[in-house]
Design a protein around this ligand. Sequence first.
Ligand code: ADP
Length: 501
Amino acid sequence: MSKYGKEILIGTVPVVIVFLYFLGVNIIPIVFMTVILGTFLYMNRARNGMGVGSDRKSRAAATPSYLTFDDIGGQERAKRELKEALDFLIRYDDIKRLGIRPLKGMLLTGPPGTGKTLMAKASAHYTNSIFLAASGSEFVEMYVGVGASRVRDLFKEARTRAQKENKDSAIIFIDEIDVIGGKRDGGQQKEYDQTLNQLLTEMDGIHTSESPRVLIMAATNRKEMLDSALLRPGRFDRHIEVDLPDKKARLHILNIHAKNKPMAEDVNLELIAQETFQFSGAQLESVMNEAAIYAMREELETIQQRHLSLAVDKVMLGEKTDRESTKEERDRVALHELGHAIVAERVRPGSVSQVSLSPRGKALGFVRHNPQSDQYLYTKEQIEEQIMIALGGSVAEEMFYGGRSTGSRNDFEQSLQMVRTMMDSGLTRLGIIDRSMVTKQELMKENGAILEDLTGRTRELLELHRPVFEQSLEILIAEEVLSGEQFRQLLAQHSKVEQIA
Ligand code: ADP
């Protein structure tokens, strides 16, 4: 009704006036009053819609602000800490009585897609506040002073909207705060400095007695990059960490996003939660969405388990592509993937769930591993095994073709990352070090030695399994996929042959 109210009013008022005129009523005072009222309403609207506030307002209106903490999966600790802090805003009288400094800024830190924006929205609902959102990059302009004036407008808009909607408080959410709040080292653009200064000035201008009260929530993935002036007491002095969800939290998030979707009765979301280690909330939402799209493509009424599995693959590896590859390429990719799979199955029996030759995203083939339980701590042996699995592809190519290809680039990136983790954790011959303590040459030497040793061990292991490569290759080329079971049977047969011999 409110959406069309204006149109209905504009339509009916002239008709009523004309009708009254024909009845012989003196309409001059009525016309006069209508014009005054119309002018007043128009001016009021123009004032509120002025400047940068208008587009942000439409965005805030489009995203429902009635989101609650129950709509956020997992993150129990973050939610609890947040609610405790928000109670400061609600228990206004106690705060005043005890002379407590008002809470002005809260910083949410954590990887992208973990629900920081959701938390800010839920906070607005929890405290019955106005919600306004902006992103750090919106303040970056070529012209000096524009960013600063945008900050000013944002605070002004928060206050006027809160007053208009009769609310006691307003929450301003600034995503990517690091864009404007990065460390000031003098070399930065003046524009950034002015914007940040304006933000600090606005924050300093917030008082306990003020009504409406303004709370700023900011999000970043790089807290260490922020200028210390921002983190000082009285500014962003409450820090809440938002982490990637663990298995229980992933299940919770999946259930939240399954609520509006028809799921088949035998769907087991727990299995999906187990398979999605290190997925963010946004990725899990995407899994549910993609699964629904697969169900729609098949014209089915409900979402099946296989749609969910396909969706996990898609979110993890990208969409299947129709890339045509040559026979040589396919053979090479097949041997490469078998290299990974054989090492994986040998160091962690039962871990391979599928070897596939269908191209996905940038990969031409992939090995799907069975879900393991969440692990946050690794021993030296476990990391070495992981590196050997990654190296298995290139070693297999060397065994059969005498050289490597560009297909191992990603594997090497992973291996180097893992070697770095070993070094930083004191798991190498360098001992417990800080990287700045050793020269680049020493690091390179140790890195080379580790990778050479592990490449050698991987080669020894794979050489023992040459016949498995040959048999699996045939099936893989013919059928494009080799299930974990088929693969294990081939490995077991080969081991028996070996024992008899
Ligand atoms: P961030 O601000 O941390 O980058 P968002 O809050 O914008 O992440 O999350 C993006 C989307 O991901 C949300 O709209 C929601 O669909 C989904 N999402 C992320 N985390 C969660 C969660 N904990 N519970 C439910 N959905 C989530």
